[in-house]
Ligand binder design. Structure first.
Ligand code: CO
Length: 215
């Protein structure tokens, strides 16, 4: 059986397994979702959001695109973040990058990639922002890994630039923002321990949208 047709067999098996554990699994699922986490990750087929985290249906709102970006003018990721924070009231927003990211690698190369050019330019801009720091790393692989991490950090900062985040954080004290990197070589998920309170203070002067002054 080819992979495509295997999917429907897998689905039948999955339904029986879920029902075996909880007879009312799908009735509960149909009632609604209350995810605590918004996960923003790469579309890379090797970096599964739910499987690698052991997350069950209903627990995590997921957005994936090439190189886990949150560009300032991207309506797609902005709508996901707005909905997750404002309506679903998620407690955590995670941006998860991964080593060996083809998107990040492509942005380090002198190559015309058509429609991907403006998308990956977001990563080239990060390279420019951290050029001195990155160029001190002689080993290309280590430099590439560091750019993966800096990309995660900058996408977290893009989340905290948004009014919907600032408003919720000032009113409710959440969501917290976390930067992760998935290591494809080991399967390990690493929390980059980005101090987002500090990041928030650092950028406040420039990106403050006055959401705290509106009441
Ligand atoms: Co990737």
């Amino acid at each position: 059986m080819d992979l495509y047709n295997q999917i429907f067999e897998n689905n039948k098996k999955w339904i029986s397994e879920k029902k075996a554990n909880d007879g009312n699994f799908f009735e509960h699922l149909a009632e609604g979702q209350n995810p605590e986490i918004l996960y923003i990750g790469c579309s890379d087929s090797r970096v599964t959001a739910e499987d690698m985290t052991g997350i069950q249906p209903g627990q995590m709102f997921v957005h994936r695109n090439i190189a886990n970006l949150v560009p300032n003018n991207d309506n797609n990721s902005a709508a996901v973040i707005e909905y997750a924070i404002d309506q679903l009231k998620v407690k955590h927003v995670v941006v998860c990058g991964h080593y060996n990211c083809g998107g990040v690698r492509a942005a380090m190369q002198a190559k015309d990639l058509g429609i991907l050019n403006p998308w990956l330019r977001n990563i080239r801009d990060i390279y420019r922002l951290y050029k001195d720091e990155l160029n001190l790393i002689a080993d290309e692989k280590l430099r590439y890994n560091h750019l993966v991490e800096l990309n995660v950090k900058e996408q977290c900062i893009n989340v905290i630039k948004m009014a919907v985040f600032q408003k919720s954080f000032l009113e409710n004290g959440f969501p917290n923002v976390h930067g992760w990197v998935f290591d494809i070589h080991t399967g390990e998920l690493k929390d980059l321990q980005i101090d987002f309170f500090k990041a928030l203070q650092d950028i406040k002067e420039i990106y403050d949208l006055g959401t705290g002054n509106s009441k």
